[in-house]
Design a protein around this ligand. Sequence first.
Ligand SMILES: C[S@@+](CC[C@H](N)C(=O)[O-])C[C@H]1O[C@@H](n2cnc3c(N)ncnc32)[C@H](O)[C@@H]1O
Length: 296
Amino acid sequence: MTTAAIQTAVAQDGPPDPELVRIRDLVYQVAGIFHPDNKLRLLLDRCGRRMKELKTQSLREYFECLTIKPMRQAELVALLNEITIGETCFFRNQPQLDALRQVVIPKILEAKSKLPLRRLRIWSAGCSTGEEPYTLSMLLLEEAHSRLKDWNIEILATDLNERSLAHAKNAIYGTYSTRNLTPYFRQKYFTPAGEQLQVQPVVRNSINFSRLNLSDDGRMTFMKGLDVVFCCNVLIYFDLVSKRRVIQHFYNNLLPHGYLFLGHSESLYGVSDDFRLVHLPGATAYIKGERTQAGK
Ligand SMILES: C[S@@+](CC[C@H](N)C(=O)[O-])C[C@H]1O[C@@H](n2cnc3c(N)ncnc32)[C@H](O)[C@@H]1O
């Protein structure tokens, strides 16, 4: 797609190209990701990449690739791979991680102390290239000989972007991703891989990576029995309606004592009344409505 064609498709003074609007609506329906008018240029740029690859000449032709069998499913996945933004790093939000380790995990263990099954189930929803679930795994390993002795740890890590998931499974990271690692964690849990660092198997063993679309109500219904959900810096791309749907699934899937963590700048204000905000040292989280505040 040429620069002139991009200018025409998202001209400032006229309505956007109707084919681009149809693609926007399709992406929204499938993944809950909404591109307002001022982000249409970004969507168009991503479609342009795919159109170049497919050698399609017009948005109309490309829309057909996204909607007509046999290629529609594969092309939708390919477009979503281009659209989703996977900015992340290890130990992205230290106060949140400290709160998890010092307050939330002990509270959950207390709530589960009378149960015969010693299992902790944590979900990193929108895990991008894996830094978040690997960080969680390392933190829990630090407790493996004390608080979490004899506990079975299961970390589910899901994302829509299959390229990100392939990177996550490969577990090799450069300096940008690893910039927050302390020498302690770097030496204990990573092995040099050329100029980069690879996460050691002991950290990888407790994590189950899979592709999951948070807007897929059918699949979301099965993510049951969770103690903690991390859904950080994901819902910023969703509009209110799709945010509400996802949050309702988290509510249904979390155990009664469960915790939901969002990104630093995100909140459920105006999104859900079912969860209650709790203030932890240096961070906030959400618990299910009828609970009393953590730490009080
Ligand atoms: C900015 S990254 C956040 C990564 C990590 N949670 C963090 O905070 O560092 C956002 C991730 O959300 C994923 N995402 C966006 N829409 C999604 C959807 N509908 N279902 C699943 N994942 C989605 C993207 O693919 C991307 O990897």
